[in-house]
Design a protein around this ligand. Structure first.
Ligand code: TXA
Ligand code: MG
Length: 333
C-alpha cells in the first residue's frame, strides 16, 4: 500500500473523510502526539489500527471528538467533576474515562465497560473529526513499543506501506500524550500522567488520586513495554551531583567505544564540555515537547546509549519522568 502524506486543505480532508467512512485508518496530528484514527463505530476499521501498530488488542483506545456535547454520544453518564473538566479543559490535553454507551464497540474499549474520551486542541484534528462526522478512536500513531510520533515523518518512518494516509499538521506542540483521568471509581484518579499538568487540573477539581497500588493494571496501557528506542536509555535522578554522575557514565561508555548522547536542559549543557548533548530546551515543558523526537533521533543517528537528565516530578516533569523511566526499563542511577 502506498502511504500518502497530505497537507491539510479542503480536498485532502474530503479524501480523509472518504477513507474513514469506507473503514480505513488515517494518521492525524494532535497537539500531544500523532494519532492513528478510525471510525469509532466501525469494528473492522478499529481492527486495522491494532494491525498497523502491532498492538495487543486488549489495550483500549481513546475516542476523539470535535464538540464537547459529543461526550454524551459515547459516555452514558457524566459525573459532575468530569463535567467540570469538559467545561474548563476541552479542547485540551486531557482524556477522561467514563461509563460507556452500549454503541461503543468492545474493540474500542478492550471489552471494558468504560470509554476514554478526549477533544484535541488542534485545529487540523478538529476539522478532520468534524469533516468525518463520526467520533474517531485513535492511539498514538507509532509502531507499538516505539516512542510516540510528534511529526508526520515519525509516523511515516513507522507506518509507511501499512496505512493509506498521513495528514501532516506539523510538529506537535505538547509532545507527550494526554493526561488520562478515571472518573468511574469515585475520586478522580490518575491513570497516565501527560500533556496537562496535574496541578492545573487539581486547581479546578480538587485532589486527583495518584497512587496506583493494584496488582492488576487499572489502565491496560500501563502493563506494556513502551517508548523504547534501540539505544540503551539511562535516567539520572535529580540531585546528588547529577551532572558529575552523568559525566562519569558518559566517559566510561565512551572509553568502551560506545556512541553516547546526553539529553540536557540548556542551563546545564555547558557543564558537559565537548561531550555530545541534545538540547531539551529551557524547562520541563520544552523537555516534554522534544523528548520523543530526541529518542527517535538517537536511533537515526546511531547512538548506542542515551543518558537523560531526570526532572523533579511536578508540572510536565511528572510525564517526562514517566516516559523516561519506561524507556529506561529500570536503568535508573
Ligand atoms: O494524547 C493522546 O492521548 C494520544 C493522542 C493521539 O490523542 N493518544 C494516545 O493513545 O496516547 P494511546 O492508545 O497510545 O493511549 C491511550 C491510553 C492507554 O494507556 C490506554 O490503556 C488508556 O489510555 N485507556 C484507554 N481507554 C481506557 C479505559 N476505558 N479505561 C482505562 N484506560 C483506558
Ligand atoms: Mg501510545
Amino acid at each position: 500500500m502506498e502511504t500518502k502524506v497530505l497537507q491539510p486543505n479542503k480536498d485532502s480532508l474530503e479524501l480523509c473523510k472518504e477513507l474513514i467512512l469506507s473503514g480505513e485508518v488515517v494518521a492525524i496530528p494532535t497537539e500531544t502526539v500523532y494519532g492513528l484514527g478510525a471510525n469509532a463505530f466501525n469494528e473492522d476499521a478499529v481492527a486495522k489500527i491494532y494491525e498497523a501498530k502491532g498492538r495487543p488488542s486488549d489495550n483500549p483506545l481513546i475516542v476523539h471528538i470535535a464538540d464537547k456535547t459529543d461526550v454524551a454520544r459515547v459516555a452514558r453518564e457524566i459525573p459532575p467533576l468530569a463535567q467540570r473538566v469538559i467545561d474548563k479543559f476541552m479542547p485540551g490535553s486531557v482524556t477522561i474515562v467514563l461509563p460507556k454507551q452500549k454503541t461503543v464497540p468492545d474493540r474500542v474499549t478492550g471489552g471494558l465497560d468504560t470509554v476514554a474520551v478526549r477533544m484535541p486542541a488542534h485545529e487540523v484534528a478538529l476539522e478532520f473529526i468534524r469533516t468525518c462526522g463520526v467520533p474517531i478512536c485513535a492511539p498514538s500513531a507509532n509502531t507499538s513499543t516505539k516512542p510516540s510520533p510528534t511529526t508526520a515523518t515519525h509516523v511515516f518512518d513507522d507506518l509507511n506501506g501499512k496505512i493509506p494516509a498521513i495528514l501532516d499538521g506539523g510538529d506537535c506542540g505538547v509532545g507527550v500524550e494526554s493526561t488520562v483521568i478515571d472518573f468511574v471509581t469515585g475520586k478522580p484518579r490518575l491513570l497516565r500522567a501527560g500533556g496537562m499538568p496535574l496541578e492545573v487540573l487539581e486547581r479546578e477539581i480538587g485532589e486527583i488520586v495518584r497512587e496506583v497500588k493494584s496488582a492488576k493494571p487499572l489502565c491496560p496501557g500501563m502493563k506494556y513495554k513502551h517508548y523504547s528506542p534501540d539505544a540503551s536509555v539511562t535516567v539520572f535522578l535529580p540531585g546528588n551531583g547529577k551532572t558529575e554522575r552523568i559525566i562519569s557514565r558518559y566517559d566510561e561508555f565512551a572509553s568502551q567505544g560506545k556512541k553516547v548522547i546526553i539529553l540536557a536542559l540548556d542551563d546545564n549543557a555547558p557543564k558537559y564540555g565537548d561531550r555530545m548533548v541534545f538540547s531539551m530546551g529551557v524547562d520541563d515543558k520544552s523537555y516534554a515537547k522534544r523528548l520523543f523526537s530526541a529518542l527517535r533521533d538517537a536511533d537515526k543517528k546511531g547512538y548506542d546509549a542515551v543518558l537523560c537528565e531526570g526532572l523533579p516530578e511536578r508540572g510536565y516533569g511528572l510525564s517526562v519522568m514517566n516516559r523516561l523511566l519506561k524507556a529506561a526499563a529500570g536503568k535508573v542511577e
